[in-house]
Design a protein around this ligand. Structure first.
Ligand SMILES: [Fe+2]
Ligand SMILES: [Fe+2]
Length: 166
């Protein structure tokens, strides 16, 4: 807004930093498979970068770039995970894949709305935080538990084929 001074904007930003609740990595998010965990860490970094850009008062250009980076990396990650599930013949693959497409749908709507002029705000950032962490906690951890159960005697790295090379 035209009447906001730099000082007020900076104070707003500081307050936003305190209230924006960045996703803590790893927190409870590790699933115990290094390739998948690396992907998740990168997704966390992108969402945190979006929160920081929002807190710093950035809009449009940079926010749009971060959103499309999130969409691209999410699509690549889900594809890797789905190939991995096929390889290990994961029985929960349909449900997991369905949740991936719902997540992609939500993200596409967010990006569409952003392009139509809806600014990124705190509720949207909160939504994205849960969008990622709820899926990891509910779906990816179940997948990891299944693959560990399948080959319990092997070392973790051997028990879980690398989805990146699936
Ligand atoms: Fe997943
Ligand atoms: Fe995942």
């Amino acid at each position: 807004m035209a009447d906001r001074s730099g000082t007020i904007a900076a104070a707003d930003s500081e307050q936003a930093v305190h209230s924006m609740s960045l996703i803590q990595w790893p927190g409870d998010l590790l699933i115990g498979h290094s390739a998948v965990d690396d992907d998740h860490r990168h997704l966390v970094e992108i969402i945190n970068k979006l929160a920081e850009a929002h807190a710093a008062g950035r809009q449009s250009g940079l926010i749009g770039e971060i959103l499309s980076e999130l969409a691209d990396y999410t699509a690549a990650h889900f594809e890797r995970e789905e190939r991995f599930m096929e390889r290990v013949r994961y029985p929960g693959i349909d449900e997991h894949r369905l949740n991936h497409s719902q997540l992609i749908g939500s993200l596409s709507r967010i990006i569409y709305d952003f392009e139509m002029g809806r600014p990124v705000d705190q509720p949207l950032l909160d939504f994205l935080r849960h969008w990622l962490t709820d899926h990891i906690m509910r779906f990816d951890k179940r997948l990891a538990a299944y693959t560990v159960d399948q080959i319990p005697t092997e070392a973790e790295g051997e028990a879980l084929p690398d989805p990146a090379v699936a």
